[in-house]
Write a protein that binds this ligand. Structure first.
Ligand SMILES: C[S@@+](CC[C@H](N)C(=O)[O-])C[C@H]1O[C@@H](n2cnc3c(N)ncnc32)[C@H](O)[C@@H]1O
Length: 350
């Protein structure tokens, strides 16, 4: 055994306690959010417990428990017998479809129960959590969401809120002036596509996504008056070839869902669909090249393994560049975007 490395400090169980209590804290947050407590205190700061219990329609003791936990977790501040939101909870008092509020129903209704199957999902190397907790027969969360309109809306609210934040910065930084037609693979409800189309008035965008999502995307595109330049096609990226005729390809928050083998196949399929000189852009959360973090990469990797697909993780930029090189693209650089820790890895078809 090495004697040179520093011995860990013993005696304090606080760091572990933080981890043991994390799931209770999330349930306090989620329950308060579902009751509309943060919104209530945003409108009427300084209510006391009896007033809060009355407004939330719950009895005194449950209200006492809820307020105890929210105060202890730093979500509420108590002054004498009056309660106030804190800087932590204030962002949850307003727009419920934006970051960070859109994450609460997402974590509660989609991920919380499945994530209790993390150990089994690692052991069996598949998404046991999704299989046990989310109804349906599809192998992936996306297929199962198509059969549950409420969960599908919860997913797209969360994803849309993330995409809007990323897209706002992406349009400032990503130079698409050299391209005329972007193929947006797994483009979801057209957030990236519509931002990019507005930024580049000569750009056409073709989204491909699962049929139910493509339908929702086309409705949104029409409502934004962009139907002449942006369209969505329903297809399965694994079973169908990509449409030809585009001179740039975007994989936005898509490749981290899948295995290394499938990603190489998808990038090779994109390579077959375009001519030399075409651009490729992968937008993804980034993992440190030495695989020690960040937290977002760790959390999302657990989610892909246990819930979404049972096969993906947050890969390093170096891996994407390697796959580009193997499938006919020359890597041309990395661009860091968004407060959410996203990176764009770019390349050009040889
Ligand atoms: C994480 S979302 C990303 C959405 C969008 N690109 C963005 O950045 O906001 C992944 C998308 O991949 C789509 N998807 C999943 N499996 C697919 C498949 N087999 N073929 C095409 N799209 C698929 C999902 O419906 C979803 O819209």
């Amino acid at each position: 055994m090495s004697t040179t490395s520093a011995a860990p400090q013993t005696g304090s169980i606080e760091p572990l306690r933080e981890l043991f209590y994390a799931h209770y804290r999330f349930q306090y947050l989620s329950a308060a959010f579902q009751f509309g407590l943060f919104e209530l205190l945003g409108r009427e700061p300084g209510l006391n417990r009896a007033q809060i219990a009355d407004r939330l329609g719950i009895e005194n003791q449950p209200a006492r428990i809820l307020l105890l936990g929210c105060t202890s977790a730093g979500l509420l501040r108590k002054e004498e017998d009056r309660y106030f939101n804190t800087p932590v909870s204030e962002p949850l008092a307003g727009k419920i479809d934006d970051v960070p509020a859109a994450f609460v129903p997402w974590e509660q209704h989609v991920n919380y129960r499945p994530m209790a199957w993390f150990y089994e999902s690692l052991k069996e190397n598949t998404n046991v959590g999704m299989q046990r907790e989310i109804a349906g027969t599809s192998d992936t969360l996306y297929g199962r969401l198509a059969g549950d309109p409420k969960l599908e809306v919860t997913f797209h609210n969360m994803m849309g809120s993330v995409s809007r934040l990323v897209a706002e910065e992406l349009v400032q930084q990503l130079d698409l002036s050299a391209y005329t037609h972007l193929l947006d693979i797994g483009g979801g409800t057209a957030v990236n596509a519509t931002y990019l189309a507005r930024r580049w008035p000569n750009l056409q965008v073709t989204i491909v996504d699962l049929p139910s999502v493509a339908e929702a995307a086309n409705a949104k595109i029409a409502s934004l008056g962009l139907g002449d330049r942006v369209r969505a096609i329903g297809l399965d990226a694994f079973n169908d070839e990509f449409p030809k005729g585009c001179d740039a390809v975007l994989f936005g928050h898509f490749l981290e869902i899948w295995s290394i083998e499938r990603n190489k196949d998808l990038i090779a399929k994109a390579s077959r669909a375009v001519e030399p000189g075409a651009g490729i852009f992968v937008v993804t959360p980034g993992a440190d090249d030495d695989e020690t973090g960040p937290d977002l990469a760790a959390a999302l990797s657990a989610y892909f393994q246990t819930v979404a697909s049972g096969e993906g993780m947050v890969y390093t930029c170096a891996e994407y560049e390697q796959w580009f090189a193997e499938t006919g693209f020359e890597p041309t650089g990395r661009l860091y975007v968004g407060g959410l820790g996203d990176v764009v890895i770019s390349g050009v078809k040889r």
